[in-house]
Ligand binder design. Structure first.
Ligand SMILES: Cc1cc2nc3c(=O)[nH]c(=O)nc-3n(C[C@H](O)[C@H](O)[C@H](O)COP(=O)(O)OP(=O)(O)OC[C@H]3O[C@@H](n4cnc5c(N)ncnc54)[C@H](O)[C@@H]3O)c2cc1C
Length: 489
C-alpha cells in the first residue's frame, strides 16, 4: 500500500523552523498560513492510495510509490508517468505547480544518467544512487532550490560583498561538509519533507568552486531556516472569496542554511562547477521534471479556458461572434499545449537504455509555455471586464439583509442567481488578478528560469543545419549567370 495523506501530514510535523509574519513557527501543519495547502497535498497521497495502478509502481525493494520515481526503461512507462502526473494535476486543477512528483522526476532523470556522475566522481555518484533509493522508498515529498538568491545578477556568486550571500561551503571533515548562505526559491517548501540543492546560475571554474554544490537534506535539519513569503492562504478572505488561494497556496520560500552539516552520503556535487550544469542538462533531470510541469500545464489551461467560458455565459456575451473567436483562440492554445504534451510522452527518444521526451521538444514546449501564459491570462481578463471587480466585499455581505437585497439587484445574470454569479467572478479574479493569481503568472514565467535562457536552449538544440540546408539548396539551384528569368519575353 502506498503512503496515505495522514502518514504524510504526520511526517511534516518535524519541528522545522519556518519564519513568517515576524515569527518563528514550529508547527506549520496547523498554522493558518499553510494548513489548507498541506491538506491539499495530503489529498494527493489519498488519491494515489485509492488509484494505485494508475499512480504507483512497485520498487525493486517491494514498495508501492509514485510513478515519478520509476526509471522509464520502456515507452509504456514514460506514457504512464505522464498520465499519472496529469491525474495528480487534475486534483488541484493545475494550481499546485510543485506537487510531490516534480523533484523526484528530476532525481530519477539523474539516475538514468548516473554515468555522468560516475565519470565525475564515483563516491558522489554512489551517494546520489543511495539517496535516490532512500527517497524513492519513502515516496518523499521534496522541494528544490537550484538558484542563487538574486542579489546583483551582474556579479558572480564570489563577487558579492558577503562571501556567503549565495550558499557555499564553509568547512569539510570526515563526516561531511558545512554549508552557509541562501538559495531561492523553494516552492512548496512547507509542503515538502526534504530539499534538493543545486546551482543553475553561471559559475566560474577556479573562482566560484565553493558554490558548486548539490546535496539533499531534511527541511527539519539543524540550521535550515525557511523564510516564507506572505501567505495568500492566510490572507484569503474566505474560501468563497478566494477559492484557489484558500486551498492551493503552495508557498515559495527562501531557504537559509545557517552552518548546516551535510553528511557525505548526501553530497552529490562538491566544488565542481561544470557538474552543476551537467546535473540537469547532461542527464534527463530537466527533461523528466519538465514533463511533469507540462502535464500540469495542460490541466491548468483547460481549466482556465473553462472558466473563461463560464464567465462569458454568466455575463451573456457567449453568443457574440467576437467572444466565440476569443474563446476559440483560448481553446486552440490549450490544445497546442495538449498536443505538445502528447508528443512528449508518445514520441520519445531512447538514451542510455531509457525512453525520454525529445530534448528539443521539451525545450520548445517550455519556452512556448512561458511566453503563452501572460497573454492567455490577458485574453481572459479582456473577457472579464469589470465583472471581476464589481463584487461584494466578502461572503458576510450576504448575511446582512439590506446588503443581500442590494446584491440581488446588482449581481444580475440571465443564467445564474446573484450568488452564483458572484461565485464565478470571485473564482475568476482569484485565478487572474488576486495576489494568488498574479503569483501564478510570475510562476509560469519564471519557475524554470528566465525566458531568454529557455530560448537559448532552443537555439542550441534546434536542427539549424537541416533548416539552413534547405535554404542553401534553394539558393544553390539558381544563379545570376544562369538566370532563366520569369518576366514575359
Ligand atoms: C513563483 C516562483 C516560483 C519559483 N520556484 C522555484 C523553485 O521551486 N526552485 C527554484 O530553484 N527556483 C524557483 N524559482 C526561481 C526561478 O528559478 C528564478 O526566479 C529564475 O531562475 C529566474 O531567476 P531570477 O528570479 O533571479 O531572475 P533573473 O535571472 O535576475 O532575471 C530577471 C530579469 O533579468 C534578465 N536577465 C538576468 N540575467 C540576464 C542576462 N545575463 N542577460 C540578459 N537578461 C538577463 C532576465 O531575462 C529577466 O528578465 C521560482 C520563481 C518564481 C517566480
Amino acid at each position: 500500500m502506498s503512503r496515505k495523506g495522514t502518514d504524510y501530514i504526520q511526517s511534516l510535523r518535524d519541528g522545522r523552523e519556518i519564519f513568517i509574519n515576524g515569527e518563528l513557527i514550529k508547527d506549520h501543519v496547523d498554522h493558518p498560513a499553510f494548513r489548507n495547502a498541506v491538506r491539499s497535498a495530503a489529498s494527493l497521497y489519498d488519491y494515489q492510495a485509492a488509484n494505485q495502478e494508475q499512480m504507483t509502481f512497485t520498487t525493486p525493494t517491494g514498495k508501492q510509490v509514485n510513478r515519478s520515481w520509476e526509471l522509464p526503461d520502456t515507452r509504456e512507462k514514460l506514457v504512464k508517468r505522464g498520465l499519472a502526473a496529469q491525474a495528480w494535476a487534475e486534483q488541484s486543477y493545475g494550481w499546485l505547480g510543485r506537487s510531490p512528483d516534480h523533484v523526484p522526476a528530476a532525481i530519477t532523470g539523474m539516475i538514468t544518467h548516473i554515468d555522468v556522475f560516475e565519470d565525475y566522481d564515483k563516491k558522489r555518484a554512489h551517494a546520489l544512487r543511495g539517496y535516490y533509493e532512500y527517497a524513492r522508498d519513502r515516496d518523499l515529498a521534496m522541494t528544490y532550490t537550484i538558484v542563487n538568491p538574486q542579489g546583483d545578477r551582474s556579479k558572480l556568486a564570489s563577487e558579492h560583498d558577503d562571501k556567503y550571500h549565495s550558499l557555499g561551503v564553509v568547512d569539510e571533515d570526515a563526516e561531511g561538509i558545512t554549508v552557509r548562505g541562501a538559495k531561492m526559491l523553494g516552492t512548496s517548501a512547507p509542503l515538502a519533507e526534504e530539499v534538493l540543492v543545486g546551482v543553475q546560475n553561471p559559475l566560474k571554474e577556479g573562482v566560484d568552486d565553493i558554490y558548486a554544490l548539490s546535496f539533499a537534506m531534511p527541511l527539519a535539519a539543524k540550521g535550515i531556516k525557511i523564510l516564507s513569503r506572505k501567505s495568500y492562504e492566510q490572507s484569503a478572505h474566505s474560501e468563497f472569496d478566494n477559492p484557489l488561494a484558500a486551498r492551493f497556496d503552495e508557498n515559495d520560500a527562501v531557504i537559509y542554511f545557517d552552518d548546516v552539516k551535510v553528511p557525505w552520503d548526501r553530497v552529490f556535487i562538491y566544488k565542481k562547477t561544470a557538474m552543476c550544469r551537467a546535473q540537469f542538462h547532461a542527464t534527463a533531470a530537466e527533461i523528466l521534471m519538465n514533463t511533469q510541469s507540462q502535464a500540469r500545464y495542460t490541466v491548468k489551461l483547460k481549466f482556465l479556458a473553462g472558466l473563461a467560458r463560464r464567465m462569458a455565459e454568466t455575463t451573456g456575451v457567449i453568443n457574440f461572434p467576437a467572444i466565440q473567436e476569443s474563446l476559440g483562440n483560448l481553446a486552440s492554445q490549450a490544445m497546442v499545449i495538449d498536443g505538445m504534451f502528447r508528443s512528449l510522452i508518445h514520441d520519445p527518444a531512447e538514451r542510455n537504455g531509457f525512453f525520454f521526451p525529445r530534448q528539443l521538444q521539451i525545450y520548445t514546449t517550455q519556452a512556448y509555455s512561458q511566453e503563452l501564459y501572460p497573454s492567455f491570462i490577458t485574453a481572459i481578463r479582456k473577457l472579464a471586464g469589470g465583472g471581476v471587480i464589481m463584487l461584494p466585499s466578502g461572503v458576510e455581505d450576504f448575511d446582512n439583509p439590506e446588503m443581500a437585497k442590494l446584491i440581488g439587484k446588482t449581481q444580475y445574470s440571465s443564467i445564474a442567481s446573484p450568488e452564483d454569479r458572484v461565485k464565478v467572478m470571485k473564482l475568476a479574479w482569484d485565478a487572474l488578478g488576486s495576489e494568488f493569481g498574479s503569483r501564478h503568472t510570475q510562476y509560469e514565467m519564471f519557475y524554470n528560469g528566465p525566458h531568454f535562457a529557455a530560448l537559448m536552449r532552443v537555439f542550441g538544440a534546434f536542427d539549424w543545419s537541416g533548416a539552413t540546408g534547405m535554404v542553401d539548396e534553394l539558393l544553390g539551384s539558381y544563379s545570376r549567370a544562369a538566370n532563366k528569368g520569369v518576366a514575359a519575353e
